[in-house]
Design a binder for this molecule. Structure first.
Ligand code: PLP
Length: 377
């Protein structure tokens, strides 16, 4: 075994994918309601995406951030406007963890402080500060544990007020819909309260939109459901539709300094074209509104199932909750029904994170399959 064996694998080997479908060599056709972990936004191998990336690769695929890159500049113009965050500057990197790591660094540079507040059940990635702000001791190595992080219960504004009052916190980092943790959402009062407390205490608010961003929840960013203005917004996953792209939007009140952040690969030509194409397709195909319509259909169909104790999340960042561990059911869905779904830290939850191009007919296929598999249990 030459690979470092950290991933428990399903016995499926995809070799081709198109829109919401993934094919193996047999060929078996799988319905992808997992989106490769919320990554596929505009559909697998979207024709425009293939065309634009292929053309770009023929021109120039990469050069470093030491020279001008008009594609990165175009993205820096377009993304803030299209996302509804016109007062923000863009810094690009290559993953979600790296986005959060950089957001935390900016918060620390700007405030001169080093303590971070995160919430129970959070997931922010596996790099140094990001993993320390992740509520999962199993993935925090001793070298990461030196970071100063306090975890608070989601929804406990009084606890947050108490901690922020000391004036030593550089950032509060929050997923406005928890992803890996299990799709929990707190109240409008809580989220707007975090923003107010941050502003009162000179603390930076980081919206972790790595999973929820780029339209997955039916808004460009999940935080836009509320009246809040994060200083920093981290992005990845759906941003590149599978190309490894991450980034942060940084409020215009924060000044850059040469050398403050940097990366070799971030914002390269291919990454920019992937992201620009995602933006183009999201707009042309009206995928944010579409996500909400399909989400309504999903929620309506789920009502037919007494076994489903609740539907969590918004848009196409959804979870269905049962009163039993769903690991076996998810295996049945893959092997017997050829449907990919996602898991969560909450084992009773099945996560639904499809490409935003998914149609009602695919949701119907899922619920018909679910009915069959639930009867087998
Ligand atoms: N933040 C959130 C909310 C995530 O869901 C993830 C990954 O699942 C990350 C950060 C880390 O992203 P990456 O795996 O690209 O480093």
């Amino acid at each position: 075994m030459s690979l470092f064996d950290v991933y428990p694998l399903y016995d499926v080997t995809p070799i081709k994918a198109q829109d919401v479908w993934v094919y193996d060599s047999k060929p078996t056709k799988y319905l992808d309601l997992y989106g490769g972990h919320a990554v596929i936004s505009i559909g697998h191998s979207h024709p425009k995406y293939v065309e634009n990336l292929t053309k770009q690769l023929g021109d120039i695929g990469f050069y470093s951030n030491a020279v001008h890159n008009p594609l990165q500049e175009a993205l820096g113009e377009r993304l803030p406007v299209q996302s509804g965050c016109p007062d923000y500057q863009l810094f690009m990197c290559s993953s979600g963890a790296e986005a959060n790591e950089n957001a935390l660094k900016v918060a620390s540079f700007v405030t001169g402080r080093k303590k971070v507040v995160a919430f129970n059940n959070s997931f922010h990635g596996r790099t140094s500060a990001a993993v320390a702000a992740t509520d999962n001791p199993k993935i925090v190595a001793p070298i990461n544990a030196q970071q100063e992080v306090e975890f608070l219960p989601l929804g406990d504004l009084d606890a947050l007020a108490g901690v922020l009052a000391k004036g030593d916190v550089c950032a509060v980092i929050v997923e406005f819909i928890q992803g890996v943790g299990g799709l929990d959402i707190s109240t409008k009062e809580f989220y707007e309260g975090i923003d107010k407390l941050c502003k009162q205490t000179g603390t930076m608010l980081i919206a972790d939109e790595v999973q929820a961003g780029f339209g997955r929840t039916g808004r460009f960013f999940a935080f836009q459901e509320y009246d809040v203005q994060p200083e920093l917004i981290s992005m990845a996953k759906g941003m590149g539709n599978g190309f490894p792209v991450g980034g942060i939007l940084i409020h215009s009140s924060i000044d850059a300094e040469f050398g403050m952040l940097g990366t070799t690969f971030g914002g390269n030509h291919l990454a920019c074209v992937a992201t620009l194409t995602v933006l183009e397709v999201l707009e042309e195909e009206n995928l944010l509104e579409h996500a909400l319509r399909v989400s309504d259909h999903f929620k309506a169909r789920a009502l037919d199932f007494p076994q489903i104790k609740g539907v969590k999340g918004r848009g196409l960042m959804l979870g269905i909750e049962f009163d039993f561990d769903t690991s076996a059911l998810r295996k049945q869905l893959i092997y017997d029904q050829h449907i990919f779904t996602g898991s969560a830290k909450n084992k009773n939850l099945i996560r639904i994170l499809p490409p935003l191009t998914v149609q009602n007919v695919h949701i119907d296929q899922f619920f018909d399959a679910l009915k069959i598999e639930l009867e087998k249990l």
